[in-house]
Design a protein around this ligand. Structure first.
Ligand SMILES: Nc1ncnc2c1ncn2[C@@H]1O[C@H](COP(=O)(O)OP(=O)(O)OP(=O)(O)O)[C@@H](O)[C@H]1O
Ligand SMILES: [Mg+2]
Length: 543
């Protein structure tokens, strides 16, 4: 092991006595050390040292021109502080004073002349071993420091990610809590508003016959205020309501949504710019994007709100850019404006319901609706904004495989035809629903009143009842109860203009299997029939 050190070591010998130099060379060669450079001129010591970069220096003290102490000083200045480079003094003068002086000048050990061969080899071996071990320790330390630096960097990255995730979770939690609160408030408000609107409507025809003009006007004010409040509640509902199992998710082309919304909102941005004498330009950069599983009307509502906000943010005019992009598993739509931007606090809070900086001109519900819709579409919103520089909303939706998964159950059709009783006091609606049913191969009978429908039901054989809620004499929920008393296994779908409110109130009246809000599309109705029917079959088989 030690010989190995000697064979690798580079040695520099500085001694004015050629015989000494030769002797040392021989001793070293015998010990396996062959990388030896020598000089008998001490003035050459430093240049040679710099050239050879030795692992050890053997240095005589008594020399002409420069004595060993001066050479020692020169070498010390050339050796860096971290470098352990042993200098071994060769001297016949080994007084205590010389020793002390040499040691304080940086020498590491002594060899007294005449030289003892074995001692020379052992001392050189020790010093070199020491040097190499220290070098390896230094390398090790450097490596450790590098590893620590790398790990610290990784930890900092992880910590940053963790903080970002934590902030997002806190924000999500905050919005969830707000959603629950909003849901509770909306529910109670809905109860009160349903009463106000319902009794208001009942009172109206009576007042028209018996009341004064002023009373009718007062009632109109009450009803219209209740309608406004109900509109706010239904917007609030868009923020907190979770996705429902039977929600229709069809493949939607984001580019089509963008183009339609640009055209639908043009009166706002074109009209506004003209009226205010400023110019708002709308630019679109549409890429080829995969379809997303969604509800096109809701997605249009998202972009409409974002465009309206962008217009509001640009009182001096500017540019709104709508882009669509995609990657492997998602499609995104980005809307950027060159408007007033938001402060970090505004950006943090802008999705919260009722947060607005527009005073009376804003309800603060636009972005809450956006948030609710995007959540139900399993999407994510990223907002970047800088005060007085502009804002970007990037909304990413899952695409492809997830679309198929989401869409498949929606297009499921029943594998049998049904006999459907359709009930609505408006004949046209009855006809429309019947048309939808015929389109899916089912047969229908129509009734325009609840009591008539019940008679028909009791006489005939029906597999399903689709009924309106508000009808004279017997309304839809009363009909549902009567149907269930007669045939509990027959599913009843309640189709009503109050669908939203009813759902927000927490559900279905007794006897009703599904509540649907009007207006309803063919696909939505088909899905509902499928759902009501398969659910009732499941129940029947359990029973
Ligand atoms: N593009 C934007 N640039 C600057 N600020 C914006 C932008 N979009 C939204 N904001 C800020 O977020 C707030 C909330 O927006 P949100 O759409 O929810 O409500 P609103 O526009 O104030 O009112 P509403 O949409 O109900 O009429 C705004 O008042 C505004 O401060
Ligand atoms: Mg808005």
């Amino acid at each position: 092991m030690t010989n190995d050190y000697l064979s690798k070591a580079k040695v520099l010998i500085v001694d004015d006595e050629p015989a000494n130099v030769r002797l040392l060379e021989r001793i070293l060669a015998l010990a396996g050390c062959h990388q030896v450079r020598c000089t008998t001129d001490p003035r050459q010591a430093l240049p040679l040292f710099l050239e050879v970069e030795p692992d050890i220096v053997l240095l005589d003290l008594n020399m002409p021109y420069l004595n060993g102490f001066t050479v020692l000083e020169q070498l010390k200045a050339a050796i860096s502080l971290e470098d352990y480079l042993p200098i071994l003094i060769l001297t016949a003068d080994i007084t205590v004073e010389t020793k002390r002086k040499a040691l304080t000048s940086g020498a590491k050990d002594f060899l007294t002349k005449p030289l003892d061969h074995a001692e020379v080899v052992l001392r050189i071996q020790n010093l070199i071993e020491n040097r190499f071990l220290r070098q390896s320790m230094q390398r090790h330390n450097l490596d450790l420091e590098r590893q620590v630096r790398e790990r610290t960097g990784q930890l900092e990255d992880t910590l940053h990610e963790l903080r970002t995730t934590q902030e997002q979770i806190v924000k999500q939690e905050r919005l969830r809590a707000l959603g629950m609160m909003a849901g509770g408030i909306a529910h109670d408000f809905n109860n009160a508003l349903t009463m106000m609107l319902g009794y208001g409507e009942l009172l109206h025809p009576w007042l028209e016959q018996n009341g004064s003009k002023r009373e009718i006007t007062y009632l109109d004010h009450i009803v219209s205020a209740a309608q406004d409040a109900s509109h706010v509640v239904s917007r609030l509902r868009e923020f907190y309501r979770p996705a429902e199992d039977n929600e229709i998710r069809l493949p939607v082309d984001l580019n089509e949504v963008v183009e339609r919304v640009i055209s639908l909102t043009s009166p706002k941005w074109k009209g506004k710019s003209r009226a205010a004498g400023v110019q708002i330009e709308v630019v679109s950069n549409l890429d080829k994007v995969p379809p997303v599983a969604g509800n096109a009307a809701e997605l249009r509502e998202v972009l409409t709100n974002l465009i309206f906000n962008a217009v509001d943010a640009m009182p001096q005019g500017g540019t709104i850019t709508l882009s669509t992009t995609s990657d492997v598993d998602s499609a995104a739509v980005t809307i950027t404006d060159t408007g007033i931007g938001m402060t970090p606090e505004e950006r943090e809070r802008c999705l919260e319901p009722f947060f607005t900086t527009k005073g009376e001109h804003g309800t603060g519900l636009g972005l809450s609706v956006v948030y609710g819709i995007v959540q139900r579409h399993k999407g994510a919103i990223e907002i970047t904004s800088e005060k007085n520089a502009g804002t970007t909303f990037a909304i990413r939706f899952p695409a492809t495989a997830e679309v198929e998964a989401a869409v498949k159950p929606q297009i499921a059709r029943l594998d049998r035809t049904l006999r459907v009783l359709v009930v609505d006091d408006q004949e046209v609606i009855c006809e429309l629903i019947a048309e939808y049913m015929h389109g899916d191969g089912h047969s229908t009978a129509c009734a325009y009143r609840g009591d008539e429908a019940l008679k028909l039901f009791q006489k005939g054989t029906f597999d399903l009842v689709i009924t309106d809620q508000a009808m004279p004499v017997m309304n839809g929920s009363q009909l549902a109860v009567a149907v269930k008393q007669h045939a509990p296994e027959i599913p009843v779908i309640l189709l009503t203009g109050f669908g939203d409110e009813m759902l927000a109130l927490g559900g279905r009246p007794p006897g009703v299997d599904l509540v649907l809000g009007k207006p309803i599309s063919h696909a939505e109705l088909r899905q509902a029939v499928y759902q009501a029917f398969t659910a009732s079959k499941k129940l029947a088989s359990v029973a």
